[in-house]
Write a protein that binds this ligand. Structure first.
Ligand SMILES: [Zn+2]
Ligand SMILES: [Zn+2]
Length: 342
Protein backbone atom coordinates (compact mmCIF):
# COMPACT_ATOMS: atom_id res chain seq x y z
CA UNK A 1 0.00 0.00 0.00
CA UNK A 2 0.94 3.66 -0.42
CA UNK A 3 2.33 5.56 2.61
CA UNK A 4 3.87 9.01 3.03
CA UNK A 5 6.81 8.58 5.40
CA UNK A 6 9.46 10.45 7.33
CA UNK A 7 12.76 8.93 6.27
CA UNK A 8 15.26 11.58 7.49
CA UNK A 9 14.28 14.40 9.89
CA UNK A 10 14.87 17.77 8.24
CA UNK A 11 14.02 16.44 4.76
CA UNK A 12 10.70 16.28 2.89
CA UNK A 13 8.39 13.30 3.48
CA UNK A 14 8.58 10.59 0.82
CA UNK A 15 6.06 8.25 -0.77
CA UNK A 16 6.85 4.56 -0.23
CA UNK A 17 5.18 1.29 -1.07
CA UNK A 18 4.92 -0.61 2.23
CA UNK A 19 3.54 -4.01 3.14
CA UNK A 20 -0.12 -3.81 4.15
CA UNK A 21 -0.37 -4.61 7.89
CA UNK A 22 -2.58 -7.47 9.09
CA UNK A 23 -4.56 -7.14 12.33
CA UNK A 24 -3.37 -9.27 15.23
CA UNK A 25 -5.32 -10.05 18.41
CA UNK A 26 -7.56 -7.09 19.48
CA UNK A 27 -6.35 -5.02 16.53
CA UNK A 28 -8.32 -3.32 13.77
CA UNK A 29 -7.23 -2.45 10.23
CA UNK A 30 -8.82 0.82 9.11
CA UNK A 31 -9.07 2.13 5.55
CA UNK A 32 -8.12 5.82 5.90
CA UNK A 33 -10.74 8.23 4.51
CA UNK A 34 -9.41 11.47 6.00
CA UNK A 35 -6.34 12.53 7.96
CA UNK A 36 -5.66 16.01 9.30
CA UNK A 37 -2.33 17.75 8.67
CA UNK A 38 -1.34 19.07 12.09
CA UNK A 39 1.17 21.71 13.08
CA UNK A 40 2.99 19.05 15.10
CA UNK A 41 3.68 17.15 11.85
CA UNK A 42 5.78 20.11 10.72
CA UNK A 43 7.78 19.84 13.96
CA UNK A 44 8.21 16.09 13.46
CA UNK A 45 9.40 16.53 9.87
CA UNK A 46 11.85 19.25 10.93
CA UNK A 47 13.31 17.01 13.65
CA UNK A 48 12.19 19.37 16.45
CA UNK A 49 10.35 16.51 18.20
CA UNK A 50 11.73 12.98 18.19
CA UNK A 51 10.00 10.51 15.87
CA UNK A 52 11.07 6.86 15.95
CA UNK A 53 11.63 4.24 14.69
CA UNK A 54 12.43 5.69 11.26
CA UNK A 55 11.24 5.44 8.57
CA UNK A 56 7.75 6.07 9.92
CA UNK A 57 4.38 7.07 8.42
CA UNK A 58 3.19 10.38 9.95
CA UNK A 59 -0.44 11.48 10.53
CA UNK A 60 -2.28 11.23 13.89
CA UNK A 61 -5.75 12.71 13.13
CA UNK A 62 -7.48 9.81 11.43
CA UNK A 63 -10.98 8.77 10.39
CA UNK A 64 -11.94 5.92 8.09
CA UNK A 65 -13.77 2.64 7.60
CA UNK A 66 -13.06 -0.67 9.34
CA UNK A 67 -11.50 -2.99 6.76
CA UNK A 68 -10.61 -6.04 8.82
CA UNK A 69 -10.60 -7.15 12.47
CA UNK A 70 -8.16 -9.38 14.31
CA UNK A 71 -9.30 -12.15 16.70
CA UNK A 72 -11.15 -10.94 19.81
CA UNK A 73 -12.44 -7.68 18.31
CA UNK A 74 -16.17 -7.24 18.99
CA UNK A 75 -16.93 -3.51 19.34
CA UNK A 76 -16.76 -2.76 15.59
CA UNK A 77 -17.42 -4.60 12.34
CA UNK A 78 -16.09 -4.35 8.80
CA UNK A 79 -17.65 -1.35 7.07
CA UNK A 80 -18.17 0.70 10.26
CA UNK A 81 -17.28 4.39 10.07
CA UNK A 82 -14.72 5.15 12.79
CA UNK A 83 -12.35 7.78 14.14
CA UNK A 84 -9.17 6.97 16.05
CA UNK A 85 -7.82 7.98 19.44
CA UNK A 86 -4.23 8.86 18.56
CA UNK A 87 -2.71 6.86 21.39
CA UNK A 88 -2.22 3.14 21.04
CA UNK A 89 -2.19 1.93 24.65
CA UNK A 90 -1.83 -1.41 26.46
CA UNK A 91 -4.95 -1.35 28.64
CA UNK A 92 -3.19 -3.23 31.45
CA UNK A 93 -0.61 -0.96 33.10
CA UNK A 94 -1.58 1.04 36.26
CA UNK A 95 -2.13 4.24 34.22
CA UNK A 96 -4.41 2.52 31.69
CA UNK A 97 -6.30 0.80 34.53
CA UNK A 98 -6.84 4.22 36.19
CA UNK A 99 -8.15 5.78 32.97
CA UNK A 100 -5.04 7.95 32.62
CA UNK A 101 -3.85 6.12 29.53
CA UNK A 102 -1.93 9.12 28.18
CA UNK A 103 0.81 8.00 30.61
CA UNK A 104 0.63 4.31 29.53
CA UNK A 105 4.07 2.81 30.13
CA UNK A 106 4.09 1.28 26.65
CA UNK A 107 1.81 3.84 24.95
CA UNK A 108 2.63 4.88 21.41
CA UNK A 109 1.25 7.89 19.60
CA UNK A 110 0.32 7.06 16.01
CA UNK A 111 2.28 9.05 13.44
CA UNK A 112 5.09 9.58 15.97
CA UNK A 113 6.05 6.27 17.59
CA UNK A 114 4.14 3.90 15.27
CA UNK A 115 2.84 4.19 11.72
CA UNK A 116 0.15 6.85 11.33
CA UNK A 117 -2.54 7.79 8.87
CA UNK A 118 -0.77 9.28 5.83
CA UNK A 119 -1.42 5.94 4.18
CA UNK A 120 -4.16 3.89 2.59
CA UNK A 121 -4.58 1.79 5.75
CA UNK A 122 -3.65 2.00 9.43
CA UNK A 123 -3.43 -0.65 12.14
CA UNK A 124 -4.72 0.31 15.60
CA UNK A 125 -5.72 -1.45 18.85
CA UNK A 126 -9.49 -1.89 19.19
CA UNK A 127 -9.50 0.21 22.40
CA UNK A 128 -8.49 3.28 20.35
CA UNK A 129 -11.30 2.89 17.78
CA UNK A 130 -14.51 4.96 18.16
CA UNK A 131 -17.68 4.81 16.06
CA UNK A 132 -18.17 7.90 13.90
CA UNK A 133 -21.87 8.79 13.45
CA UNK A 134 -23.20 9.22 9.89
CA UNK A 135 -23.86 12.93 10.54
CA UNK A 136 -20.15 13.71 10.98
CA UNK A 137 -18.09 13.89 7.77
CA UNK A 138 -14.83 11.90 7.83
CA UNK A 139 -12.70 15.04 7.65
CA UNK A 140 -14.33 16.51 10.78
CA UNK A 141 -14.05 13.11 12.45
CA UNK A 142 -10.32 13.26 11.75
CA UNK A 143 -9.48 16.72 13.03
CA UNK A 144 -11.62 16.57 16.17
CA UNK A 145 -9.40 13.78 17.53
CA UNK A 146 -6.49 16.15 18.17
CA UNK A 147 -7.06 19.81 19.07
CA UNK A 148 -10.76 19.59 19.98
CA UNK A 149 -10.14 16.58 22.22
CA UNK A 150 -7.29 18.39 23.96
CA UNK A 151 -9.47 21.49 24.50
CA UNK A 152 -12.13 19.35 26.15
CA UNK A 153 -9.52 17.69 28.36
CA UNK A 154 -8.24 21.14 29.40
CA UNK A 155 -11.75 22.20 30.46
CA UNK A 156 -12.17 18.94 32.37
CA UNK A 157 -8.78 19.38 34.07
CA UNK A 158 -9.83 22.93 35.05
CA UNK A 159 -13.05 21.48 36.57
CA UNK A 160 -15.23 24.06 34.83
CA UNK A 161 -18.56 24.44 36.64
CA UNK A 162 -21.92 25.76 35.40
CA UNK A 163 -22.00 29.53 35.02
CA UNK A 164 -18.29 30.06 35.54
CA UNK A 165 -16.36 32.53 33.41
CA UNK A 166 -13.62 31.29 31.09
CA UNK A 167 -10.74 33.14 29.40
CA UNK A 168 -9.27 31.39 26.34
CA UNK A 169 -5.77 32.61 25.48
CA UNK A 170 -5.17 31.92 21.77
CA UNK A 171 -7.96 31.53 19.20
CA UNK A 172 -6.44 29.06 16.72
CA UNK A 173 -7.84 25.55 16.23
CA UNK A 174 -7.59 24.71 19.93
CA UNK A 175 -9.12 28.02 20.99
CA UNK A 176 -12.14 27.96 18.67
CA UNK A 177 -12.93 24.45 19.91
CA UNK A 178 -12.37 25.49 23.53
CA UNK A 179 -14.80 28.41 23.22
CA UNK A 180 -17.57 26.20 21.82
CA UNK A 181 -16.89 23.39 24.28
CA UNK A 182 -16.93 25.82 27.22
CA UNK A 183 -20.35 27.06 26.05
CA UNK A 184 -21.59 23.48 25.58
CA UNK A 185 -20.39 22.69 29.13
CA UNK A 186 -22.52 25.50 30.55
CA UNK A 187 -19.90 28.20 31.06
CA UNK A 188 -21.06 31.75 31.78
CA UNK A 189 -19.13 34.42 29.91
CA UNK A 190 -16.30 33.26 27.66
CA UNK A 191 -13.51 35.68 26.75
CA UNK A 192 -11.21 35.16 23.76
CA UNK A 193 -7.73 36.68 23.90
CA UNK A 194 -5.60 37.11 20.78
CA UNK A 195 -3.75 39.78 18.79
CA UNK A 196 -5.18 38.65 15.44
CA UNK A 197 -8.39 40.58 14.79
CA UNK A 198 -9.53 38.13 12.09
CA UNK A 199 -9.37 35.24 14.56
CA UNK A 200 -11.07 37.35 17.25
CA UNK A 201 -13.93 38.03 14.84
CA UNK A 202 -14.36 34.26 14.38
CA UNK A 203 -14.25 33.78 18.17
CA UNK A 204 -16.99 36.38 18.54
CA UNK A 205 -19.17 34.47 16.04
CA UNK A 206 -18.92 31.48 18.37
CA UNK A 207 -20.18 33.59 21.26
CA UNK A 208 -16.97 34.76 22.95
CA UNK A 209 -16.23 38.31 24.07
CA UNK A 210 -13.07 39.31 22.17
CA UNK A 211 -10.13 40.91 23.98
CA UNK A 212 -7.42 42.23 21.66
CA UNK A 213 -4.12 41.83 23.50
CA UNK A 214 -2.43 44.14 21.03
CA UNK A 215 -4.67 47.02 22.06
CA UNK A 216 -5.47 46.63 25.78
CA UNK A 217 -3.81 45.42 29.00
CA UNK A 218 -5.29 41.90 29.05
CA UNK A 219 -5.31 41.35 32.82
CA UNK A 220 -6.81 44.76 33.55
CA UNK A 221 -9.42 44.30 30.78
CA UNK A 222 -10.48 40.85 32.06
CA UNK A 223 -10.83 42.26 35.59
CA UNK A 224 -12.87 45.15 34.23
CA UNK A 225 -15.16 42.82 32.27
CA UNK A 226 -15.76 40.70 35.39
CA UNK A 227 -16.48 43.63 37.77
CA UNK A 228 -13.05 43.30 39.34
CA UNK A 229 -13.39 39.59 40.21
CA UNK A 230 -11.23 38.01 37.53
CA UNK A 231 -12.05 34.80 35.63
CA UNK A 232 -12.82 31.41 37.16
CA UNK A 233 -10.99 29.43 34.50
CA UNK A 234 -8.15 30.50 32.18
CA UNK A 235 -6.89 28.26 29.36
CA UNK A 236 -3.42 29.05 28.00
CA UNK A 237 -3.22 27.49 24.52
CA UNK A 238 -0.32 29.45 23.04
CA UNK A 239 2.78 28.34 24.96
CA UNK A 240 4.30 31.75 25.77
CA UNK A 241 5.63 32.84 29.19
CA UNK A 242 3.85 36.19 28.69
CA UNK A 243 0.38 34.68 28.18
CA UNK A 244 0.94 32.05 30.90
CA UNK A 245 1.60 34.88 33.35
CA UNK A 246 -1.48 36.75 32.13
CA UNK A 247 -3.64 33.63 32.46
CA UNK A 248 -2.64 33.22 36.12
CA UNK A 249 -2.87 36.92 36.98
CA UNK A 250 -6.38 37.20 35.50
CA UNK A 251 -7.79 34.53 37.87
CA UNK A 252 -10.53 35.18 40.42
CA UNK A 253 -10.50 33.76 43.97
CA UNK A 254 -10.45 29.94 43.62
CA UNK A 255 -9.62 30.34 39.92
CA UNK A 256 -7.84 27.66 37.87
CA UNK A 257 -5.35 28.25 35.06
CA UNK A 258 -4.91 25.23 32.77
CA UNK A 259 -1.70 25.34 30.74
CA UNK A 260 -1.86 23.58 27.36
CA UNK A 261 0.61 25.48 25.14
CA UNK A 262 4.11 24.04 25.14
CA UNK A 263 7.28 26.00 25.92
CA UNK A 264 10.65 25.21 27.44
CA UNK A 265 10.95 28.75 28.81
CA UNK A 266 10.10 29.71 32.41
CA UNK A 267 7.53 32.23 33.57
CA UNK A 268 7.40 34.21 36.78
CA UNK A 269 4.48 34.64 39.11
CA UNK A 270 4.18 36.39 42.50
CA UNK A 271 3.21 33.40 44.72
CA UNK A 272 1.44 35.22 47.53
CA UNK A 273 -0.53 37.72 45.49
CA UNK A 274 -1.47 35.48 42.57
CA UNK A 275 -1.74 31.96 44.03
CA UNK A 276 -1.81 31.67 47.85
CA UNK A 277 -3.96 34.67 48.62
CA UNK A 278 -6.57 33.59 46.04
CA UNK A 279 -6.22 29.84 46.56
CA UNK A 280 -5.73 29.76 42.81
CA UNK A 281 -4.35 26.74 40.94
CA UNK A 282 -2.04 26.20 37.99
CA UNK A 283 -2.90 22.92 36.24
CA UNK A 284 -0.93 21.01 33.60
CA UNK A 285 -2.71 19.50 30.59
CA UNK A 286 -1.26 16.70 28.47
CA UNK A 287 -3.10 15.13 25.51
CA UNK A 288 -6.59 13.82 26.35
CA UNK A 289 -8.37 10.66 27.43
CA UNK A 290 -10.22 7.98 25.50
CA UNK A 291 -13.05 8.31 28.05
CA UNK A 292 -13.59 11.93 26.95
CA UNK A 293 -14.07 11.10 23.27
CA UNK A 294 -17.69 9.78 23.25
CA UNK A 295 -19.02 13.10 24.62
CA UNK A 296 -16.88 15.04 22.14
CA UNK A 297 -18.21 12.95 19.24
CA UNK A 298 -21.79 13.47 20.48
CA UNK A 299 -21.34 17.26 20.69
CA UNK A 300 -20.00 17.38 17.14
CA UNK A 301 -22.94 15.23 16.01
CA UNK A 302 -25.37 17.65 17.68
CA UNK A 303 -23.60 20.68 16.20
CA UNK A 304 -22.67 22.09 19.62
CA UNK A 305 -19.10 21.94 18.34
CA UNK A 306 -19.16 23.24 14.77
CA UNK A 307 -16.04 22.23 12.83
CA UNK A 308 -17.54 22.89 9.38
CA UNK A 309 -15.75 26.21 8.97
CA UNK A 310 -12.40 24.99 10.28
CA UNK A 311 -11.34 22.92 7.26
CA UNK A 312 -10.10 25.15 4.46
CA UNK A 313 -8.58 22.72 1.94
CA UNK A 314 -8.26 19.05 0.92
CA UNK A 315 -5.20 17.43 -0.69
CA UNK A 316 -4.58 13.94 -2.13
CA UNK A 317 -2.34 11.30 -0.51
CA UNK A 318 0.82 12.52 -2.22
CA UNK A 319 4.17 13.48 -0.72
CA UNK A 320 4.51 16.73 -2.64
CA UNK A 321 1.06 18.01 -1.66
CA UNK A 322 1.56 17.15 2.03
CA UNK A 323 5.06 18.66 2.10
CA UNK A 324 3.70 21.90 0.64
CA UNK A 325 1.09 22.16 3.40
CA UNK A 326 3.77 21.50 6.04
CA UNK A 327 5.96 24.22 4.45
CA UNK A 328 3.03 26.63 4.77
CA UNK A 329 2.47 25.70 8.42
CA UNK A 330 6.14 26.35 9.15
CA UNK A 331 6.07 29.73 7.44
CA UNK A 332 2.68 31.16 8.31
CA UNK A 333 1.38 29.28 11.34
CA UNK A 334 -2.18 28.01 11.23
CA UNK A 335 -4.50 29.37 8.54
CA UNK A 336 -7.34 26.91 8.89
CA UNK A 337 -6.93 23.13 8.61
CA UNK A 338 -5.95 21.01 5.63
CA UNK A 339 -7.10 17.40 5.38
CA UNK A 340 -5.64 14.59 3.26
CA UNK A 341 -8.28 12.53 1.43
CA UNK A 342 -6.69 9.23 0.31
ZN1 LIG B 1 -2.67 17.05 15.70
ZN1 LIG C 1 -0.94 1.04 29.52
Amino acid sequence: MKAIRLIHPGRPLEMREVIMPRPGRSEVLVRVKAVGICHSDAHYRAGKSRVHPLPLTLGHEVAGIVEEMGPGVNSVRAGDRVCLHYLATCGNCPYCQDGNEQFCTSGQMIGKYRDGGYAEFILIPERSVFRLPEEIPFEQGAIMMCSSATSLHALNRARLKLGESVAVFGTGGLGLSAIQLAKASGAGRVFAIDINSKKLKMAKQFGATPVNAGKVDVVRELKRLTDGRGVDVALELIGLPLTMGQAVRSLAINGRAALVGITEKTFEIAPYEEILNKEAEIIGVSDHLASELPLLIEWVRQGKLDLSRVITRRVPLEAEAINQVLDGLEKFGDEGRVVVRP
